[in-house]
Design a protein around this ligand. Structure first.
Ligand SMILES: [Ca+2]
Ligand SMILES: [Ca+2]
Ligand SMILES: [Ca+2]
Length: 472
């Protein structure tokens, strides 16, 4: 009711009667939706399975990440379907009748060749099912506080190229083992990754910064985009004023489309502000497909550049459709919420402070065009903030306000389904962890205390915590 009152108040400011009436009529369904939803938030009646509020879907199969949000109008369903088809399209060298414009240099040929099944990727490089991308920069910042491109390479190392063109370099990934023993004798082997850049087409500078990242899933991002900046900031504690060892700060990044600095939400370091910019940058950098946000080839000025002075390679409607597709993908519901082991795992998650970064419950803001994303009580298990995670996870490459050891808390919703959607699951920014236990044991920095408490848990409590996470 309070929300409605606010809404009516702003609306009375609209002076022209006609506009007022039309707007009121248009908004009527939204009012009704909001009234209905307000009831759902009664604590005692709330359904904990609804990870994405109204934007939740009940499917635990391998298709769980690919569903549209229920109740969209026909135009929105159409845009969603355009996007759905487009993320699967393999692009080819220009000129071609369809999906033209791949490269000359690129990291992969389609969105889903990295974001497998709308989900995560796997940590491999150099072939068409590989889903790593490699960010590059030199020391210093550009005029907007962002990373500085490496001369001859830009801000991303594209390890593939179209026929007859030299890729910027190849990247080899290898792992060494690090053994962790729990007090109860159980042994976990962590994989410590090492990256070697081979065959750069031209020498890299003596000092450059390199950040390997593995593709995260697509779903739920419309909800995360709709969390208000005020809400995000209310969870930040940059100077750790409450002394719990956990700070958390927002990233502020330059948005090339809106031409302003905005709060960052997407990417492993919250290095991108909006879904649209993230998608447009993916076409441009990951696939070499120019578009209305990024009309210049990533290889412009390099010998790989094809000198094709053509129009942008991607139709505007495709870019908008894909951005809408990602905005409108539903979040899979939680499973086995009444299982007593999961309930105790959830309590341990809170007791050992995992929940101070992986926030269980957040409220979204208002988007009058999309009631299912509005005022939703969601369970993303992220604060969208940056945290120092220690030297073990550091990439030592700052990204706007994120330092070389800071990462954005990843959402944990849907994490228990990765085995079904993606086969062998891989965790953390570069996919080094093969199990939830490994992912937790890599936590350091602000999460060092939490991790140590995890190590000290009894065998059954440790298993309960992991089981709970797999129910998300
Ligand atoms: Ca191109
Ligand atoms: Ca490049
Ligand atoms: Ca704190």
């Amino acid at each position: 009711m309070f929300r409605m009152a606010m809404f009516v108040h702003t609306m009375t400011k609209i002076k022209i009667r006609k506009v007022y009436i039309v707007t009121a009529l248009l908004c009527l369904p939204v009012f009704l939706m909001m009234c209905r939803k307000a009831d759902q938030f009664d604590e005692t009646q709330y359904d904990p399975r609804l990870s994405g509020g109204l934007a939740t879907v009940f499917d635990e199969t391998s298709r769980a990440f690919g569903h549209e949000i229920d109740g969209m109008n026909e135009a929105d369903i159409h845009a969603h379907e355009v996007g759905d088809r487009s993320v699967e399209q393999t692009f080819v060298t220009a000129p071609a009748p369809v999906n033209s414009g791949l490269g000359p240099v690129f990291s992969n040929v389609s969105c889903i060749s990295c974001h497998h099944n709308d989900g995560k990727g796997s940590p491999t490089s150099g072939f068409v099912n590989s889903s790593m991308l490699f960010r590059l920069s030199i020391l210093g910042t550009d005029a907007h506080g962002g990373p500085l491109p490496v001369p001859g390479f830009g801000l991303q190392l594209q390890d593939l190229a179209t026929f007859g063109v030299t890729p910027e370099a190849k990247v080899a990934i290898s792992y060494s083992n690090q053994i962790i023993t729990f007090p109860d004798g159980e042994i976990v082997t962590l994989r410590v990754p090492a990256y070697t850049i081979n065959n750069p087409y031209t020498p890299l500078p003596g000092t450059y910064l390199f950040s390997p990242r593995m593709a995260p899933p697509f779903f739920g991002l419309g909800l995360l985009q709709n969390i208000s900046e005020t809400t995000i900031l209310s969870h930040a504690d940059e100077t750790d004023s409450d002394g719990d060892g956990i700070s958390g700060k927002a990233n502020y990044v330059w948005d090339a489309y809106l031409n302003k600095t905005m709060i960052g939400r997407f990417g492993m370091k919250a290095n991108t502000a909006t879904i649209l910019t993230q998608v447009a940058a993916a076409y441009s950098q990951d696939m070499g497909v120019t578009n209305y946000l990024f009309p210049t080839e990533s290889s412009f000025g390099q010998p790989q550049y094809d000198n094709r002075n053509d129009d942008t390679e991607l139709q505007d409607s495709v870019l908008n459709g894909v951005a809408f597709y990602i905005k409108s993908l539903a979040v899979p519901a939680r499973r086995n919420v009444l299982d007593p082991v999961n309930i105790s795992g959830e309590q341990i998650f809170k007791q050992i402070n995992c929940s101070s970064c992986h926030l269980p419950t957040v409220q979204t803001g208002v988007d009058v065009t999309f009631p299912q994303l509005s005022n939703q009580r969601i369970h993303p298990y992220t604060d969208l903030l940056l945290h120092d995670m220690g030297a073990g996870l550091a990439d030592n490459r700052p990204d706007f306000l994120a330092t070389g050891s800071e990462w954005k808390t990843p959402a944990l919703w849907g994490i228990g389904l990765f085995e079904r959607t993606n086969g062998t699951p891989f965790y953390l920014h570069d996919g080094r962890a093969r199990t939830i236990e490994e992912a937790i044991l890599w936590h350091g920095g602000e999460a060092e205390t939490s991790k140590n408490k995890f190590k000290e848990l009894s065998t059954s409590d440790r298993k309960a915590l992991v089981k709970f996470i797999k129910s998300l």
